[in-house]
Design a binder for this molecule. Structure first.
Ligand code: FUB
Length: 321
């Protein structure tokens, strides 16, 4: 009997979910990678991370693709600072999405401070794995508004087709509305361009998940170099909040890894399961940049609350998308 690759994958997924042992392993990709943005394009999952290497060497980005969360293909140098003329270094924390057949990559550059060039940029490609071209030739957001460093953007498509970007470091989170071509900001109905939506204890790394009509807003707290780095969340009825902190969903586990945070969430419609893609420090590491990318399952209780994540070494079962 002929069994296609797709059927083998589905069989493996069922076997693993029902007690088999063909799991993915954590870290799920080799190398020092942080701030992973997981995105599903068709039946393929992409991870866009920061290269967590010495600061002045963070001048390029790689991405990774997989059809099962177990086997990953590396796509090297999808964008670098020779393409982004205004960026001299520190390409951080990408956000990726597809719109109208084009693949957009947002990123932070230069660890920008007041009066400097840098901030959030936007690039585009015909393919998810790049190469990406800088669209504007300058930052999309350069200014420090409401105290928020322009880094760690996440771009969210609401049910009415509006695109919002949540971003911000230094303990402040802003929300902006994006133009149709995702290359400029447009005012909210009240004429403002920036709305501060900072939840209690927020530090950086915002992420939004729409599930069952509720807006699950998540963020990282603490310092990313320390063991107390963690992820917390709120649930709101609107993308504008208010975002009332409910609790911590990801944190250090002294038997698995420390400083777990800056995450994203992906959903497999084929298994109806959610997965958290995040970074953590390996046990015993002392270098703040020693960060690896991992995937574990994200589960909800019967009230829709997020159950704190159990980090693992074995990772998740083979999963089709
Ligand atoms: O990787 C560089 C910075 O570290 C990110 O922008 C922050 O979110 C933190 O993870």
């Amino acid at each position: 009997m002929f069994i296609s690759n797709k059927n083998i994958l589905a069989l493996l997924a069922v076997a693993a979910i029902s007690g088999g042992n063909a799991f993915a392993e954590n870290p799920c990709i080799d190398g020092w990678y942080a701030d992973p943005e997981g995105v599903v394009y068709g039946n393929t999952v992409f991870i866009y991370p920061t290269r967590s290497i010495p600061f002045h060497e963070q001048t390029s980005m790689d991405c990774f693709s997989s059809e099962d969360l177990v086997n990953w293909t590396k796509h090297e140098n999808i964008i670098d600072t020779t393409e982004v003329k205004w960026a001299w270094g520190a390409l951080w924390a990408p956000a990726a999405l597809e719109k109208d057949g084009k693949y957009y990559l947002f990123f932070g550059a230069n660890d920008v401070h007041e009066g400097e060039v840098g901030g959030i940029g936007v690039a585009v490609s015909d393919k998810p794995e790049g190469p990406f071209k800088d669209i504007l030739g300058k930052p999309l957001i350069n200014k420090i508004v409401n105290g928020a460093q322009p880094i760690d953007q996440y771009v969210f498509r609401d049910t009415d087709g509006a695109y919002y970007m949540y971003y911000g470091g230094w303990g402040h989170c802003n929300m902006v509305k994006m133009s149709d071509d995702l290359s400029s900001l447009v005012p909210f109905p009240d004429g403002t361009l920036y709305k501060e939506v900072t939840p209690k204890d927020y530090v950086e790394g915002p992420f939004m998940l729409l599930k069952d009509g509720k807006y699950y807003f998540m963020w990282s707290e603490g310092s990313w170099v320390d063991d107390d780095y963690r992820v917390a969340y709120a649930i709101a009825d609107s993308p504008f909040g208010p975002f009332e902190r409910i609790g911590t969903i990801l944190r250090s586990d002294a038997s698995i890894g420390t400083g777990a945070g800056h995450h994203s969430v992906i959903y497999s419609p084929k298994t109806d399961r959610y997965y958290i893609v995040y970074h953590r420090h390996p046990l015993g590491s002392t270098d703040g940049n020693a960060r690896v990318t991992c995937i574990d399952e994200l589960k909800f209780d019967s009230d829709g609350k997020i159950i704190p994540v159990k980090m693992t070494f074995e990772g998740v079962a083979p999963t089709p998308f």
